[in-house]
Write a protein that binds this ligand. Structure first.
Ligand code: UD1
Ligand code: UDP
Length: 372
């Protein structure tokens, strides 16, 4: 019997880890403790409910408008305290991706001499400042990890170039595709789907910390100017609850009839909307993977991406955050249906929807070989 402690704190971690939690909980040779750090107070709960996952503890660390410093401080205290008082004594700690929860969780495990297993390892932009602080977090987590689950062959190549042992790096795909498959398998009815009707749907999300406030406002204004008055097109913008994002979105899109701002959407409706989307505009990491899987033409609102596989597949186009450049790309794809269709090519670059089964099987083999 192996004992694993899994830490998760944000919406994307919840979405991408729930399929793995379900898989590990099916196994009789694993005891899994799932600890929600509460880095995000509201957004993970509906995800966990949808997948039927009940965490063993919630550390509740979030404060409104938290800084990276204050968040890290609370996470360090809360995670180390939970490790001390729970009496769980894990054989390994499982963390996902590049959030502050994953970074501080790996740090606590590393200091305690507990092996770290990193899921979604090896993603890099090559620029420590973008995305910020995620590029630093993922490099630091990889440096502390014993086992790396890389989503793609390129991620594995980068890990090996950084000196990680080939026998400890496994290319498995991204569990984002598992979550997407599980969501889309269930039918979904929602007023937003009815509201879109026959119109072209633009789905917009933007929440990156490294985007400066003036740049974000100029970007939102340019998108509004391009969309306003297009009667055959409707945009839905589920706004991240971070106060800086919310204020900029509300200030820009007020009074724009065909851009609908919403609260964050529950994952099943979000993914059903994505499957129906004409054009996605996003700076999200997970949405780039999901769009690639579904073949949803996407303008990536970033200067660089750690998901080059989606760009190579022709589904993602990197357009930066400069309002004029984004507007030009948006206009082109709204006017030139052939160019847009050319991007609509589903790809399995990020997996086949059965990634968690592979991870669970590899963990079992590693345990059998006393590697964990
Ligand atoms: C975090 C991750 C980022 C990920 C994003 C997903 C880090 C450093 N960043 O960034 O990689 O892409 O989550 O969404 O870990 N808030 C709420 N309720 C919630 C969640 C957030 O009110 O359920 C508000 C709070 O005011 C909070 C703020 O959003 O302080 C920012 O949350 P935080 O986790 O610090 O940063 P994100 O931008 O969400
Ligand atoms: N998502 C969601 N509701 C929303 C916006 C996004 O369920 O209102 C999902 C999206 O489909 C993807 C994940 O959240 O699975 C991406 O999370 P986010 O963009 O917050 O973080 P990132 O992936 O950039 O770290």
């Amino acid at each position: 019997m192996k004992r694993y402690l899994m830490l998760l704190g944000t919406r994307p971690e919840a979405i991408k880890l729930c399929p793995l939690i379900l898989e590990l909980r099916r196994r009789t040779d694993v005891q899994l403790r799932v600890v929600l750090t509460g880095q995000h107070r509201d957004m993970p709960a509906p995800v966990l409910t949808f997948f039927g996952v009940c965490p063993d503890a919630d550390l509740g660390v979030m404060t409104q408008g938290q800084t990276l410093q204050s968040l890290s401080e609370r996470l360090l205290t809360a995670i180390s305290r939970d490790m001390q008082i729970s009496g769980f004594a894990p054989d390994a700690i499982l963390v996902h991706g590049d959030t502050t929860t994953a970074f501080i969780g790996a740090l606590c495990a590393f200091y305690a001499g507990i092996p770290v297993v990193h899921i979604e390892a090896g993603l890099r932009t090559g620029d420590i400042s973008a995305p910020f602080p995620e590029e630093f977090n993922r490099r630091a987590i990889d440096a502390m990890s014993r086992i790396h689950f890389a989503p793609t062959a390129q991620a594995k190549t980068r890990l090996m170039a950084e000196g990680h042992k080939e026998t400890r790096v496994f290319v498995v795909g991204n569990t984002a595709t598992d979550a997407l498959r599980l969501c889309l398998e269930r039918p979904c009815e929602h007023p937003l789907l009815d509201m879109v009707g026959e119109r072209r749907l633009i789905l917009l999300t933007a929440h990156r910390r490294e985007t400066a406030p003036e740049q974000r406002l100029a970007l939102f204004r340019a998108i509004r100017e391009e969309l306003e008055g297009r009667r055959d097109t409707v945009a839905i913008f589920p706004v991240h609850p971070s106060p800086v994002i919310r204020e900029a979105a509300e200030a820009t899109f007020v009074g724009c009839d065909n851009v609908k701002l919403t609260d964050p959407l529950d994952v099943p409706i979000m993914q059903h909307l994505l499957a129906r989307t004409t054009l996605l505009l996003t700076d999200s990491g997970g949405l780039q993977e999901e769009a690639t899987y579904l073949g949803v033409p996407t303008l990536v609102l970033r200067e660089m991406t750690e998901r080059p596989e989606g760009v190579a597949a022709g589904v993602l186009r990197l357009v930066g955050t400069d309002g004029r450049g984004v507007r030009a790309a948006l206009s082109e794809l709204l006017e030139n249906e052939q160019a847009r269709r050319h991007m609509a090519r589903p790809s399995d670059a990020y997996g086949d929807g059965y990634v968690s089964v592979r991870i669970a099987a590899i963990l079992a083999a590693l345990a059998e070989a006393s590697e964990l």
